[in-house]
Design a protein around this ligand. Structure first.
Ligand code: MTE
Length: 324
């Protein structure tokens, strides 16, 4: 990015039954906190689960969108992060995000919708089906991972709040809480907090677009954007905004954090595109994590991160080197 700094599960673990069982832990954790999960207060978690009456989880109800590529080990997923609210080094989020309070949590839904409001996360979770989706995440910095997310279609939430005919764009806003987010207190930060992102309405409604609440069948680690983060797998990772507190429905295209910071380097669309290089580096290939000095694991980058069949139609007739 502009700021220049720096498995304990196998795919065989990810069976529908294990996901179902872990989901119970996950839901418990989302209600009573991951600390409680570790100390094993499963009875409380089960009570909350029964009260909320969640629907049964299935592995991939997204029309077979999950990839069967090798998963990036959980340890790498939670220790190599971009979350500038906690610092600029890849290891800072794991070091400093533990102090973030993620319970209680609510999401303000505003703008061009019939049902605006400040919705507690547990209400939102009671409206949707949780699924596991194994997606590639390709960062603009040319590294990538394959991550088993737990989440639900953003479209399901959008339908619930009933957008008006003027809702052409969706804006997402991250929590602003400097007391718990050291990066927001840093005098070296060039970011105008809070972190904001946006999608066109048809991108937001696309069945691939996910709101994630977990990873590897567990509640999201704070450094990965707990308790609720976006995952848009055909776009560069910076679109996948973390720790969302607000979703606004707008008539006009909203500003986004990286576009505001460096418009010639980061566009609104940010579709993964090996044919359009970043002004300072190539986007033709990527390092698939984990890598070592002797095994860089460099692979060619695919158009739309490998999801062209599903999403290329959204951009028909658009010059993607202009709308990057
Ligand atoms: N969301 C917020 N609020 N702040 C951030 O700094 N970084 C983005 C995105 N979401 C970021 C964010 C970038 S650049 C990437 S590549 C992904 O999160 C990284 O997600 P991960 O750390 O879970 O792999």
């Amino acid at each position: 990015m502009l700021i220049k700094n720096k498995a304990d599960f196998s795919s065989a673990d990810i069976t529908p039954e294990s996901i179902y069982l872990r989901r119970r832990e996950f839901i418990g954790a989302s209600l009573i906190g991951s600390a409680a999960l570790m100390t094993g207060t499963n009875a409380r978690a089960d009570a909350e689960l029964a009260r909320l009456n969640f629907k049964k989880t299935t592995r991939d109800t997204s029309g077979g969108f999950s990839t069967d590529e090798a998963l990036t080990p959980y340890d790498d997923v939670k220790r190599y992060n971009n979350f500038y609210e906690f610092g600029m080094d890849k290891g800072d989020p794991e070091k400093y995000a533990g102090g973030l309070t993620t319970m209680p949590w609510s999401v303000a839904m505003e703008g061009e919708i019939a049902k605006p409001g400040n919705y507690p996360l547990e209400d939102i979770l009671s409206w949707v089906d949780l699924e596991e989706r194994i997606y590639r995440l390709r960062c603009v910095e040319a590294w990538s991972m394959v991550i088993p997310w737990v989440g639900f279609s953003l479209a399901a939430l959008i339908k619930k709040v009933q957008p008006t005919s003027k809702a052409n764009y969706v804006q997402f806003v991250t929590l602003e809480r400097p007391a718990e987010m050291p990066g927001q207190r840093s005098r070296f930060s060039t970011i105008d907090w809070p972190y904001v992102e946006g999608l066109r309405m048809d991108e937001a409604m696309h069945p691939l677009t996910l709101l994630a609440v977990g990873v590897y069948g567990r509640v999201l680690p704070n450094q990965n954007g707990a308790p609720l983060r976006l995952v848009v797998p055909w776009k560069y990772g910076f679109k996948s905004i973390k720790s969302i507190v607000k979703i606004r429905f707008l008539e006009k295209q909203p500003p986004t954090t990286w576009q505001q910071l460096a418009p010639s380097e980061y566009g609104f669309y940010a579709n993964v595109n090996p044919q359009v290089d970043h002004p300072r580096w190539s986007q033709k290939s990527e390092r698939r994590l984990p890598t070592t000095l002797f095994s860089p694991n460099r692979i060619p980058t695919q158009r739309f991160n490998g999801y062209a069949e599903q999403v290329a139609g959204l951009y028909k007739g658009m010059d993607l080197s202009r709308y990057y």
